[in-house]
Design a protein around this ligand. Structure first.
Ligand SMILES: Cc1ncc(COP(=O)(O)O)c(C=O)c1O
Length: 402
């Protein structure tokens, strides 16, 4: 008799698993109502905008922060600030979010796609060094799924070739390298965070860029915050301008109200997120057929999502879709729909607006052996053990999948 639920057996998880952590509390709803009663619903400068930017800069450990309507806008502004233009190229991994590439193209800069490390899923810095040339102005490095890039190698490359480094920390709120928050390291010129849909700090739609450099801060304002220029500028470069560029990337006050409350309790959420996903990944990674994503020694990662790799040899002859289905039928919630292969967007780069700007120098291709679980925050031990049992069962009865 077949055992796996995909073949009619009894599933392990029957009622689904609900994360015990709630991002929006009743007290947040009170704060929103209170704000609506008393405060303006659009803020150019000061007020809630100042409060949010200052709090976020403090949270990460930088001097400055500039808020935007989303993370995509933050990346566009950061690319501009770091000198992306029609005589530059920037390096980035083919395995990242397509908006990172577009932030360069929207500044008429070339984007060189390089390899990723299949063990960490982060940029392969050695390959990046091989493909850079004398027009390479910088890199955008995505800390994929909350797993920090090798920042020692990034620093070496930055110093050797005088590169600008933009961290895309959209998945990595509170991830650390050598004890310091990602976003606050000396080798990062600007770090961008999405606080959009379901991110670890999520306000629905919101983004922010942080920096320690006053000139970069001014560039960030100039490209995305008309009406804060020239008053809010620190340096002289744009002081004679009566306004910034017309990209109005101003965030909505209500998203900032939500984000502020979430930042205040993020330490607790971060601890739950790390302990829950460490437990799951350490156990699942020991089951035949499954492997963990590797983490650099100096990194302390967070888990926007929990990714597990398949050991291809173990599953020879069985395709990943079948394994995914089998796990889902046992009751595991998977999120295979996340598409982090920027090459999947090739069609867009052939559009007249962007033609010739993306150079694919990667020799890899989409990773084909990745299972994506939600980045759970707070589960009971019993819930975690049920998830682990599903993986054990599918591994044990793999013969049923041929
Ligand atoms: C790695 C990465 N960077 C940037 C973004 C863009 O952020 P937003 O959706 O807030 O525009 C996302 C969105 O998911 C992302 O995953």
């Amino acid at each position: 008799m077949n055992k796996l639920a995909i073949n009619g057996g009894e599933p392990i998880i029957k009622d689904g698993i609900i994360d015990l952590w709630q991002d929006i509390k009743n007290s947040d709803i009170e704060k929103i109502s209170d704000y609506l009663r008393k405060e303006p619903i659009s803020v150019i400068d000061g007020g809630i905008l100042k409060e949010f930017e200052e709090l976020f800069a403090k949270f990460i450990g930088t001097k400055y922060a500039v808020a935007y309507c989303n993370g995509t806008a933050a990346l566009h502004a950061a690319s501009f600030a770091c000198g992306a233009n029609n005589s530059s190229n920037f390096l980035l991994s083919e395995y990242s979010y397509h908006g990172t590439v577009n932030s360069l193209l929207e500044n008429s800069s070339k984007a060189y796609l390089c390899n990723y490390d299949e063990n960490t899923l982060d940029i392969d810095v050695d390959h990046a060094e091989k493909i850079l040339d004398n027009k390479t102005k910088g890199m955008i490095i995505t800390h994929c799924w909350g797993n920090p890039v090798d920042m020692d190698k990034i620093k070496r490359l930055k110093d050797k070739y005088n590169l600008k480094i933009i961290s895309d920390a959209s998945h990595a709120h509170g991830a650390r390298w050598n004890g310091k928050n990602i976003g606050s390291l000396d080798c990062e010129d600007i770090a961008c965070f999405s606080l959009g849909k379901n991110k670890l700090i999520s306000a629905g739609e919101l983004g922010i860029a942080v920096t320690n450099d006053s000139q970069l801060y001014d560039e960030l304002l100039f490209i995305g915050h008309p009406n804060r220029v020239p008053e809010a500028l620190i340096t002289d470069k744009y002081k004679s301008f009566i306004n910034g560029v017309g990209n109005k990337y101003r965030p909505h006050p209500l998203s900032m109200v939500l984000a502020i409350e979430q930042i205040k309790r993020y330490d607790v959420k971060r601890e739950f997120n790390i302990s829950t996903n460490k437990y799951l990944s350490e156990k699942i990674g020991k089951i035949a057929g499954f492997k963990n994503i590797e983490i650099y020694n100096k990194a302390e990662r967070v888990f926007w999502k929990l990714l597990i790799r398949l050991n291809d040899k173990y599953w020879e002859g069985i395709n990943i879709e079948k394994i995914v289905k089998a796990l889902e039928k046992e009751g595991v919630r998977l999120e295979q729909f996340h598409n982090y292969n920027v090459k999947a967007h090739e069609q867009i780069w052939k559009h007249d607006r962007y033609k010739g700007l993306v150079e694919n120098k990667s020799t890899m291709g989409e990773p084909k052996n990745i299972i994506i679980l939600p980045g759970y925050i707070q589960l009971t031990k019993q819930q975690m053990d049920l998830i682990i049992k599903c993986f054990e069962k599918v591994s044990y009865y793999k013969e049923e999948l041929y």
